[in-house]
Design a protein around this ligand. Structure first.
Ligand SMILES: [Ca+2]
Length: 344
């Protein structure tokens, strides 16, 4: 009985130990995990998609930035190209403008030269555009004057204005395209430079010879707003080279409202290499032209050609002080002469 009791106690102990070391957990029902996992997964997916979209947008932005940059560069290039095209057109227009009148006058000139040999010794010889006008050449344009014994001038190409105020004008200076620099030396101003159909200086020697007879000077000007003015002077004389092509002027008339050339009366011609002015300064260097500089200017018709936009920023431009002041550079100027007694 005892042994049976012992055996039963032993089995009880084993059972307790076994139970203590491996407690049987009551089986809980499995938790339902799937919705949370799914949620996390779909959230990640959204983030990833958003990240991808952001990355996409950034790359689009940077592409747009680059495109804008290249667009800007191309716009600037186009503007530059347009500017240069406009310059080319301007010079072509200048050529075209005068080619028509040149064609018209070319045949006339040949006839004229034939006529000239007959009339060389008579009073009606060809001196200038006014003599041409008197011989019924009434088209403005380029003419070739034959050599002239009275004036001592060689054959000379001139541009005649046969329309303004009765015509007969020989143009001695023109500024209209800005394609010719007027910052030239004594020799250049003496013999003349530029293009007879565009911007040019006829030459101090030629002008001197043409003013051996009583001569009238007319200065025509245009500003950048399209306003036109003129000034005329009686008894315009350019002395010879020994007298430094000194300028003499008579009375003023016109509508520019101010006699800005009078300040230059009885003044010698100066260039960058010949300082004949009445100043300690070298006016030709300061005003960048060749002119009858006093000390220095009330007008500077041979100054630097400045285009619209730059025309109000400089003191060495093409100026007429009494009209637009010292720092307004004009758009167009023509200086022309004809004999005092000319009658259309
Ligand atoms: Ca000086």
């Amino acid at each position: 009985m005892l042994s049976k009791t012992l055996a039963a106690g032993t089995w009880l102990c084993i059972f307790i130990v076994a139970f203590a070391s491996h407690p049987v957990q009551p089986q809980k029902p499995p938790k339902h995990k799937m919705p949370a996992e799914l949620k996390a997964a779909s959230c990640c997916k959204e983030v990833k998609e958003l990240k991808a979209q952001v990355a996409n947008l950034s790359s689009m932005l940077s592409e747009l930035g680059k495109k804008q940059e290249s667009d800007w560069v191309s716009v600037v290039m186009q503007v530059m190209e347009l500017e240069s095209t406009s310059k080319r057109m301007e010079s072509r227009l200048t050529d075209a403008e005068s080619k028509f009148s040149e064609m018209n006058s070319q045949i006339d000139i040949m006839q004229l030269q034939a006529a000239q040999t007959v009339t060389q010794t008579s009073a009606d010889a060809i001196y200038d555009c006014s003599s041409l006008y008197q011989k019924n050449y009434h088209i403005s344009g380029v003419y070739k004057l034959p050599p002239n014994d009275f004036l001592g001038s060689p054959e000379m190409e001139v541009f005649c204005d046969m329309k303004t105020s009765g015509g007969g004008w020989t143009i001695i200076q023109r500024r209209k395209s800005g394609l010719v620099s007027f910052y030239q030396d004594w020799k250049q101003y003496k013999q003349g430079f530029g293009s007879i159909r565009g911007d040019f200086w006829l030459g101090n020697e030629n002008i001197h010879r043409l003013t051996r007879q009583p001569t009238r000077l007319r200065v025509e000007m245009e500003d950048w707003e399209g306003n036109l003015r003129y000034a005329e002077y009686s008894h315009f004389v350019l002395s010879n080279e020994l007298n430094s092509y000194r300028l003499f002027l008579g009375n003023y008339s016109g509508n520019v409202g101010n006699d800005a050339l009078l300040y230059h009366n009885n003044t010698a011609f100066s260039t960058k290499d010949k300082d004949n002015d009445n100043c300690l300064d070298k006016c030709a260097l300061l005003r960048k032209g060749g002119y009858w500089y006093n000390c220095c200017t009330d007008s500077n018709l041979n100054g630097v050609y400045y285009r619209l936009g730059e025309h109000k920023e400089h003191l060495d431009g093409i100026t007429w002080y009494g009209w637009h002041g010292a720092n307004y550079s004009l758009k167009r100027v023509e200086m022309k002469i004809r004999p005092e007694g000319f009658k259309p």
